[in-house]
Write a protein that binds this ligand. Sequence first.
Ligand code: ADP
Ligand code: ASP
Ligand code: MG
Length: 406
Amino acid sequence: MALIVQKYGGTSVANPERIKNVARRVVATRRAGNQVVVVVSAPGDTTDELIALAKQITDRPSPREMDMLLATGEQMSIALLAMAIQDLNEPVISLTGPQVGIVTDSVHTKAKILSVSCERLEKELQKGNIVIVAGFQGMTCEHEITTLGRGGSDTTAVALAAALKADVCQIYTDVDGVYTADPRVVPGARKLASISYDEMLELASLGAQVLQPRSVEFAKLHGVVLEVRSSFNNNEGTLVKEVTEMEKAMVVSGVAGDKNVARLAVFGVPDRPGIAKTLFSALARESINVDMIVQSYMRDGINDIAFTIGRDDLDKAVRVCEQVKEEIGASGMAYDDRVAKVSIVGAGMITNPGVAAEMFACLAEQGINIHMISTSEIKISCIIDEEHLTRAMKALHERFIGPAES
Ligand code: ADP
Ligand code: ASP
Ligand code: MG
C-alpha cells in the first residue's frame, strides 16, 4: 500500500462542482489501495478577497490578525471537501494545520515550518481515514496561528510528505505540469517531463508561481519527488527531482517573469566599511527580503547602492531607508514599483559561455532597456520596465527554447 500526499490548489476547489470532482479523484486513489493525505488551498480567489476585505478596514492590518483572517480560507475547503468525500461513503476527517501539529516560527504572514508531528496523522490513517489538511497554515510554539506566505499550501504538502515519508507528493493545479514559461503568458511554452530541484527552485523564486519556492527547497532537502499535474485531466505531469547529467540537455530550460518587484536606491553613500551592514540589517529587522543588490563603482569616495524587494514591502522599506539615510550619510534616495524581473534559467548555462550576452542582445533587439542585472550559475535576471515584461518573455522564449510547436 502506497502513501500518497495530494495537494489541490485554489482553482481546483473554486466551487462545489470542482470540490466534488476533487472528492472523486481522492476516493479513486484511496480505492486503488493507497493511504491518502490531501492538502487543500482556499477556494478560488478567497485569499485575495480576504486581503481586500482587511484593507477596507485598515491600511495597516496587524500581521497577527491578518493570519487569523487568512487561515479561515483553507478551513472552508477542508470541511467542504470532507463533506463531499463522506457523500461518496469513504471515511474521512478534516484537520487544520495546528491540529496536525505543523509548528512554525512566529513571522506572521510568511512563517516557516519548523517541525511537523505525525502522531495525529498516523492515527487517522491507521483508522482507515482519508485525511484532509488545511494548507498554508500552522501554529507557533505559543499557539498563535500563522500562515506560510502566498502559495504556501505547496509547502504544507511537501512538509507532510517528508514527515510521513510518503511515496509521492502530487501537486494538482490548473496546468498539467511545469512549462518552459508560464503558458498563460507565452502560448508556445512546452511542458517539461522532468526538471531538477535546482532549476525548479530558481524558476519558482523568479516568478513561476506554479510552486512556492520554499516547497521546492523542502523537497530537495528531504528528497521528496514532486509530481505537478492538472486536477482537470489525467495527462502526464512534470516530475521535480534530482536530474542526472544526461538529462541536462537544454542550455535554458525556462523563462520566468515577476511583477512583484520594486527597486530602491540610496545615493551618495560614503565608501567605507559598515554602510551595507547598517542598511541591510535595518531592512532584515523588519523582515524585508532583499533580492538583487547592486553597488556602483566608487568615485570620489562615494557610492550608490540599489536593491530590489517585493512590492508589498515597499512602504516599509522606504520608511527604513529614510531612517538610516542620515546614519549612513546618504545624499538621497529614489524608488520605483513599475519594474519587473525577467529571467532565464538552465543548468546547462554553467558550461555554455555567452548566454548572458545573447540574452542582452535579445532584449536590445526588442528596444528594452535593462536597469539591473544579476546572475548565478544557472540563471540570469534583468530588471526592466514592467510594461515590457510579456514581450521580453516571449522574445527570450523564442530565442532560447524555440518557436511554438505546431
Ligand atoms: P494553485 O492555485 O493550484 O496553487 P497557482 O495559480 O499558484 O495554482 O499556480 C498555477 C499557475 O502557475 C498556472 O495557472 C500558470 O499560469 C502559472 N505558471 C507560471 N509559470 C509557470 C510555468 N513555468 N509552468 C506552469 N505554470 C506556470
Ligand atoms: N490560499 C493561499 C494563497 O492564495 C495559499 C495557497 O493557495 O497555496 O496564497
Ligand atoms: Mg499556488
